[in-house]
Design a protein around this ligand. Structure first.
Ligand SMILES: Cc1cc2nc3c(=O)[nH]c(=O)nc-3n(C[C@H](O)[C@H](O)[C@H](O)COP(=O)(O)OP(=O)(O)OC[C@H]3O[C@@H](n4cnc5c(N)ncnc54)[C@H](O)[C@@H]3O)c2cc1C
Length: 460
């Protein structure tokens, strides 16, 4: 019998369109393993909301494998060490994995390759992105920094090809020991904040495809509706894509025969995910520092001192700005926030409260179910105006105007029930007289905040 092949899973928790499974299945019986590695990412271990999602995603994948009389092996520890030990223990001929690009995963892949004994191969495949990061280059062969030219160059290389079906898997002669998922304590207990998350999401590969099918029905309206938080106009595929329950290639190919403004606009957004990965590949610590180095000197307010109460109000959705509070409460309750509102809430923290964007990035890292090192960092730097692109710090969003412009009244009513009784004309910016007693006053006036931010910028 051919030697078993290990498939090392990380953010690729699916059976279909999974090159690692395919390649492994072609060589012998397959042992799929997920390693819970809290060591390699150091301070970038998964946040609470991501761990909640991970639990359910692993449970779903294990159950899908079980339908094929298969198992998902769970191990915990430093990935490279765990995999070397498992390969020895099972007599595996190869370890297959999809290439990951977070700096800690690139290190772990290198470490694994170097520490495997002779005769055991580590074989990497593509599949996390539409095209492998680093392969879309300028005429002179360099990487792109700006989205639009990157997008144009990507489009010339797309579509990404046909997705793969679920491969036939042969059973190994015996199964190695596995941890129990429940013992990993990925779900919150004290306190258990997951009630509203359970109500908001169906997790797993099957659910990802149902979500895609549901979105495809109204994708033609995406361009018109994507910026309106009161409407479910976007796909909500981000956590499914982040955990790889569905591949971007599968998403792309679902629209192969359909064009039009809505679909085009959606596919363009999907390319942002690839763009962010390309930025991360060029600048591995992009989410950790302002790319424009002079911002290291910006006089941010001290978020652990003078600005601590403001930061807390932002996190809890009690800033007195209804659109910001609705977004932050949606995030807290469901682990997700509408894209337009992410921009408004992030901008509010950075410009109105003059708190370092990295503090907000970390809060999102902990609370988003789609928290993604590349996408989160790239978007926070974009909003801050500190990043590789042309956006500028001095472009300050006016949250109340944004709220009106994007018709957020229904969204505010849903997430800020104290304001539910207010009419549309008032709800975006209730005066002191109209503001219910249980809703806080604005923690800072727009004009004052704007001047403070511009003043800090001028001092750079
Ligand atoms: C401050 C801030 C932080 C963000 N943090 C994250 C994050 O940690 N993880 C994350 O996946 N997205 C992040 N985004 C991008 C965007 O808000 C989400 O991808 C989007 O809201 C997810 O909803 P959706 O699946 O309905 O998106 P859709 O509009 O349906 O888009 C389809 C897919 O394209 C990708 N996508 C869309 N917009 C972007 C974008 N601007 N950048 C990167 N990918 C994009 C996502 O994978 C998304 O699922 C952030 C945006 C901001 C402004």
């Amino acid at each position: 019998m051919a030697s078993p092949q290990i498939v090392w899973l990380r953010r690729d928790l699916r059976l279909a369109d999974q090159e690692a499974f395919h390649a492994a299945a072609a060589r012998g019986p397959v042992i799929p393993v997920y390693v819970l590695d809290d060591e390699s990412p150091k301070h970038r271990t998964m946040g609470g909301a991501s761990r909640w999602w991970l639990h359910h995603s692993l449970a779903s994948l294990a159950s899908d494998l079980h339908k094929h009389s298969y198992r998902l092996i769970l191990r915990r520890g430093r990935a490279a060490e765990v995999l070397v030990a498992l390969a020895r223990e099972t007599g595996a001929g190869s370890i297959h994995a999809l290439r990951h690009y977070e700096p800690w995963w690139r290190n772990a892949e290198r470490e694994l390759k170097e520490s495997l004994p002779d005769g055991i191969k580590f074989i990497r495949h593509d599949g996390l992105y539409l095209l492998p990061p680093g392969t879309v280059t300028t005429g002179s062969g360099g990487p792109y920094k700006i989205f639009t030219p990157f997008y144009r160059a990507m489009r010339e290389r797309l579509p990404p090809g046909e997705p793969l079906a679920v491969p036939e898997l042969a059973l190994p002669e015996s199964w190695p020991e596995s941890d129990k998922l429940e013992d990993w304590n990925l779900l919150p207990t004290k306190p258990d904040w997951s009630g509203s998350m359970n109500a908001a999401w169906q997790v797993g590969e099957g659910a990802a495809h149902e979500q895609l099918d549901a979105f495809a029905e109204h994708a033609s309206k995406y361009e018109a509706e994507r910026n309106l938080p009161a409407i479910d106009g976007s796909s909500r595929l981000s956590p499914h894509l982040h955990f790889g329950e569905i591949s971007p290639r599968q998403v792309w190919s679902a629209f192969a025969d359909r064009r039009g403004k809505g679909v085009e606009s959606f596919l363009r957004e999907l390319v942002w995910r690839d763009y962010a990965a390309n930025v991360m590949l060029q600048f591995p610590d992009y989410p950790e520092h302002s790319y424009k180095v002079n911002f290291a000197n910006l006089a941010w307010r001290d978020h652990q001192g003078e600005a601590a109460a403001d930061l807390e109000a932002w996190k809890r959705g009690r800033t007195g700005y209804p659109i910001v509070d609705a977004g932050m409460r949606q995030l807290w309750a469901t682990g997700w926030m509408h894209n337009r509102v992410r921009m408004i809430a992030a901008s509010f923290l950075i410009k109105h409260l003059l708190i370092d964007w990295r503090v907000g990035e970390r809060w999102f890292w902990d609370t988003l179910v789609d928290a993604d090192y590349a996408s989160n960092g790239t978007n926070w730097q974009w909003v801050a105006g500190t990043g590789v692109d042309a956006n500028m710090f001095v472009r300050i969003m006016a949250p109340l105007l944004q709220s009106e412009k994007f018709d957020a009244a229904g969204y505010i009513r849903q997430w800020v029930p104290e304001l539910a009784g207010l009419p549309d004309e008032v709800i975006h910016d209730p005066s002191d007289m109209e503001r219910p007693d249980d809703y806080p006053p604005k923690i800072v006036e727009h004009r004052t905040a704007r001047e403070r931010a511009l003043g800090a910028f001028r001092e750079l």
